[in-house]
Design a protein around this ligand. Structure first.
Ligand code: TA6
Length: 301
């Protein structure tokens, strides 16, 4: 039975390139299939769950135990954290990482561009969002699936009062073996260590994951390079209008505590999160817009 959404999505389809189909848990997704690139993006959370540039394996990690249901976040791919990151400072009952990753977004358009396909989805403030956050806002998220992946999160303050928000593209990168993976690009950056009472520290050189790692790197603008000698891949994440980078791996115990992550899957993932969080939350005057961009490229090593 074709749902209304799939029906309504028909108008955006490109034969054999982009179609709106039923995905896991009956959730609707846009599926991109072309000689140049393959990809998937759910309307649930405007969540990219797959990107495969031609000749490459899947770039993103997706948990075999992920939930696919309304109100639950998908574990893997690229969840969007907004308008707060982590726990809400003044409300421990509020959903972690905000509410847009569990929201049903609307499809705005699917467009064929010179080197790929751009999918645009949007969501905005409503009664539900105002239960947690009184602001008026509109989010537009444009994702271009091509030989590179281009991500653009546009926040508009549609209200009368200034708003302050945090945002993160909480990307789960698939790796061959986390013990052999190295992260470059944050060589001397200051960071908040969330595994050590939020102590502030300084990075020295490349990042190697040797225990639970949960760090907010501050005042960052350089591209991140993920070196994976097992998959023989280098992933470069460049960005614009993002002043923080979060690096996360749950390691053994935290992974065990997460019901939607299989016990050994921590070895196959690392989160590199283009973001504006903590000291770099964004202040947006009424009627103004803020756009954060990330650009992901994968090359063989
Ligand atoms: O981005 C790192 C982090 O904030 C960690 O603290 C960890 O909790 C992770 O996000 C996953 O959060 P989630 O709410 O998806 O379980």
């Amino acid at each position: 039975m074709e749902s209304a959404l799939a029906e309504s999505g028909r108008q955006f389809e490109f034969p054999a390139t982009a179609s709106v189909v039923e995905g896991n848990g009956g959730l609707q997704k846009v599926r991109i299939t072309s000689p140049k690139v393959a990809g998937e993006m759910y309307l649930h959370g405007a969540h990219v769950t797959s990107w495969k540039p031609a000749g490459k394996e899947e770039v993103f990690f997706l948990s075999s135990q992920s939930r696919w249901e309304h109100g639950r976040a998908i574990r893997g791919g690229i969840p969007i954290c907004f308008p707060w990151f982590g726990d809400k400072a003044d409300d421990p009952k509020a959903p972690a990482h905000g509410f847009v990753r569990t929201k049903a977004w609307k499809l705005e358009s699917i467009a064929q561009v010179r080197d790929g396909v751009t999918v645009s989805m949007f969501t905005e403030s409503d009664e539900d969002t105002k239960r947690w956050w009184p602001a008026d806002f509109r989010l537009v998220y444009r994702v271009t699936f091509a030989s590179e992946l281009r991500l653009e999160l546009v926040v508009t303050n549609t209200g009368e009062t200034p708003l302050r928000f945090e945002e993160a593209l909480h990307a789960y990168h698939r790796v061959g073996n986390i013990l052999k993976t190295r992260v470059g690009g944050l060589y001397t950056a200051h960071y908040i260590d969330k595994t050590d009472s939020n102590r502030r520290k300084i990075q020295h050189g490349e990042i190697a994951i040797v225990s639970e790692t949960d760090r907010v790197y501050l005042s960052t603008s350089d591209a991140i390079e993920l070196e994976d000698p097992v998959l023989r891949l280098r992933t470069r994440v460049a960005k614009e209008n993002s002043r923080t980078t979060v690096v996360w791996n749950p390691w053994v115990q935290k992974a065990h505590s997460l019901s939607d992550l299989a016990d050994d899957e921590w070895m196959q993932m690392i989160c590199i999160e283009t973001s504006n969080v903590s000291d770099f939350a964004v202040d947006l005057p009424p009627g103004r817009q803020h756009t954060m961009k990330a650009l992901v490229r994968v090359t063989d090593i």
